[in-house]
Ligand binder design. Structure first.
Ligand code: FMN
Length: 327
């Protein structure tokens, strides 16, 4: 029988299927359900920098981030959001309630002042911390260096404060993603989560209002993640967690072949139920058995760019094949 055990950021996981940060892991029942369904680890719902801001009342002027004050008001008014103190309770209760690794999550847009809170998360017993850094590169006055600098500052300041492993969850909007990924790992990121799925925006043309789009991904949304996992695997000094569009066992197989250490799932578990993890794990094991594979390491990264016969042609070749094949 194929063995699904793996390690992620030095943590021992019984399998590579993690529940992504979301409402599914925003309370202790959800965390227990994830463990019961077979998850290898959970990432707790994020606490937002603005929530910590509200608690400690250390509101720094982020004058060039126009959304910041508005976001602060929003989370301040969210009755249902966990307060920073309650979030620490969730971390410690989850740690006690389950035997799988519990990774806390912090959604942030700036560094330094709130990093005290990262220490509190560590003290509360989190096995690791995932930083969801949500800096939109939309300000015409900010260069790519400015934006990347914020990521580096955050990682360096958090890493200087805590010893538990730190993952950085990022979007794909970077001028030179390969370089940024390498720099994040040099600055201490133990893993990169590729990619965060920014909420989709829509417009109600009758009310002439901006609205939120459909919140869930579909399997087709995985292609961007798959490409970047394949391009970066083995070329940066950090583990890779794949996120976005992972819906079934074949998606997990593809991402591990591309070089992912683990996968994080949210949408598929919202739409099919947490029990879907069991189906995914069964499918993964069945595929491994069929191909005579006994461990994940035997095939992880086999189809990454780094291990391709012609690494320099890897992406280009697929592109040419696809385009030429269509004509
Ligand atoms: C309802 C919902 C809530 C989410 N909340 C968070 C969150 O608090 N923090 C975070 O980092 N990601 C959050 N995400 C993003 C997921 O962790 C994940 O990265 C994204 O949904 C892509 O994965 P998927 O295609 O499996 O859904 C949320 C996603 C959904 C659908």
């Amino acid at each position: 029988m194929a063995e699904l055990k793996t390690t992620y950021m030095g943590l021992e996981l019984r399998n590579p299927v993690m529940v992504a940060s979301s409402g599914l892991t925003g309370n202790i029942e959800g965390v227990k359900k994830a463990e019961g369904a077979g998850a290898g680890a959970v990432v707790l719902k994020s606490i937002f920098e603005e929530q910590i801001d509200a608690e400690v009342a250390q509101i720094t002027a982020q004058s060039w981030m126009p959304g910041h004050a508005e976001a602060f008001d929003y989370v301040h008014g969210m009755g249902y959001a966990l307060t920073p103190v309650k979030y620490l309770d969730l971390v410690s209760q989850a740690r006690d309630a389950v035997s799988i690794p519990v990774i806390a999550s912090l959604n942030c847009i700036s560094g330094k002042w709130w990093t005290d809170y990262a220490e509190k998360i560590e003290q509360a017993g989190a096995h690791g911390l995932e930083l969801n850094i949500s800096v939109m590169p939309s300000d015409p006055k900010r260069t790519s260096n400015d934006v990347e600098g914020i990521y580096y500052d955050i990682v360096e300041s958090v890493k200087s404060r805590i010893k538990i492993p730190v993952a950085v969850k990022l979007g794909s909007c970077f001028t030179a993603l390969g370089h940024t990924a390498g720099e994040l790992s040099k600055r201490g990121a133990d893993a990169l989560v590729l990619f965060n799925r920014f909420y989709s925006l829509n417009i109600d043309i009758e009310k002439m209002e901006v609205t939120a789009g459909y919140p869930f991904s579909s399997s087709g949304d995985m292609s961007h993640t798959l490409r970047w996992v394949a391009l970066l695997a083995g070329r940066i000094d950090a583990d890779i967690a794949a996120s976005t569009g992972i819906h079934d066992a074949s998606d997990v197989v593809k991402l591990i072949l591309a070089g992912a250490g683990v996968v994080e799932m949210a949408s598929a578990l919202y739409t099919k139920g947490m029990e879907h993890i069991e189906t995914v794990l069964e499918g993964l094991q069945k595929w491994m058995d069929k191909h005579g594979l006994t461990s994940l390491d035997e095939f992880r990264g086999r189809l990454s760019q780094e291990r391709a016969d012609n690494p320099e042609l890897y992406d280009r070749l697929q592109y040419i094949k696809a385009i030429v094949g269509l004509e």
